[in-house]
Write a protein that binds this ligand. Sequence first.
Ligand code: SF4
Length: 521
Amino acid sequence: MPPTLAFVAPWESSRAVANLPRTPRDDVIVLLVESIEKGAQLPWHRQKLVLVLSAMRHFAEALRAAGYRVDHRVAPSYREAIRDAAREHGATRVVATEPREWFLKDEFDVLRGWLAEDGVAFVERPDRGFVVPRARFETWAAGRKELRMEWFYRELRREHDVLLDAAGKPEGGAWNFDHDNRQPWPKGRPAPPRLRAEPDAVTRKVMAQVAEWRGLFGRVESFALPVTRAAAKAWLEQFVVERLAEFGPYEDAMLAGEPDLLHSGLSSLLNVGLLAPMEVIRRAEQAYREGTAPIASVEGFVRQILGWREYVRGVYWHLMPGLRIANALEAPMGLPQWYWDPDGDGSYDGTAHPACGMRCLADSVRQVRDHGRTHHINRLMIQGNIATLLGVRPEALSRWFWAAFTDAYEWVELPNVAGMATWGDGGVMASKPYVASGQYVKRMSDYCTGCRYDVKQRTGPDACPLNYLYWDFIARHRERFASHPRMAQMIRTLDRMKPEEVAAMRGEAAVFRAAVPIEKA
Ligand code: SF4
């Protein structure tokens, strides 16, 4: 009987997510591909490549050990690998999960024609890496101008019976506990030790390989993420037992040098397919029902997965391909080179430039450089906020987020950057831009202590750049947001300031912006 070729994408690195028969079959060949074209698409973080490649190599071995027929190859592209493998194995049918990203949709569009010419059927299956199918979001979004996550999330909670009481009402009496989850990290309390999964021989070999590759971002030495299903499950368990209870109150807190604090790092494992989202949600819910974690923490955690993760994937497919060039605020600037090299020592591409003096940005970028991640508030309120205040084009910032984080794929980073962080979509996702002055950073972090700038000052050589950039942003966009209910307060505050102070801040913002070293596109 002619075999079926089952293509498994790099983000389907376990049987919990991949579309494969439950038990090995002689007439099914599993195809895993390391695509040279994909590898060269962006200056990926070295740890991201280690995660993807090591997880894929471990998965190939696990499948072989379980009795599956596996073809694991390096190829110029996914489409060529699938066509060639189908020919070589004499397959009459190719089965693949629906594309998770736009580039793979483009590849599949070409592939479909090639396979048809060869008389090979091409079948797409739903993506098991999400709780709901893509069509579920489209049904919800139809006819809506604004796509607020909160309403989608509540529908999914009801449909999947997540954190509901016997009467079908939300546990704890509310759908949302955000107001309980905004505490800064307690002064003097040391950060918890970071979760670690020790690299085995396979991973160390990939690390050595990747360390040699040129034109990439980030350091590889500290790689300590799980690359197998068993290790990912152990990581989840450790997070739930040791951290989940306190996750909520401190989920927005930032501390210098700490990419995680009480965050789980699970997004990297979910997005590469080592864990399925519903098993993670149910494990957190179990902790609530057993009384080991309070509702505010569990709801805050579940919201990230059943809420944000499902929602941004829906928004991505809903707004693509236009989302790639969305720029509602007409931001003109390229990405500061500080996002690749905060110390200005040329460590990224040999280009030396003045170091980033903003400790909040420099430190949070170092976290990314050294670990391939930092948590959501560093991303949104430091890296996204500063880029938005400066007027960085969403696509330039988006490219960085896509390349630089171990959990980033276009489906997740693009809505977060072009919609949420920079308001590039003009308010489809977020009701207002997520911008803040230095006061927010001071309240939620320890970055301002030891910064060369003074967070209390708005003008002068020592003034915190976030302060004058913030008021310059409000002034630049005052017409656009004049009647916006949530921005009007800031515009009134601006209007009460002395004109000479506003002029001074705007002048300093212009001088600062002109001195920012910009990446070479
Ligand atoms: Fe950032 Fe301003 Fe604080 Fe420095 S003073 S860390 S630039 S917010």
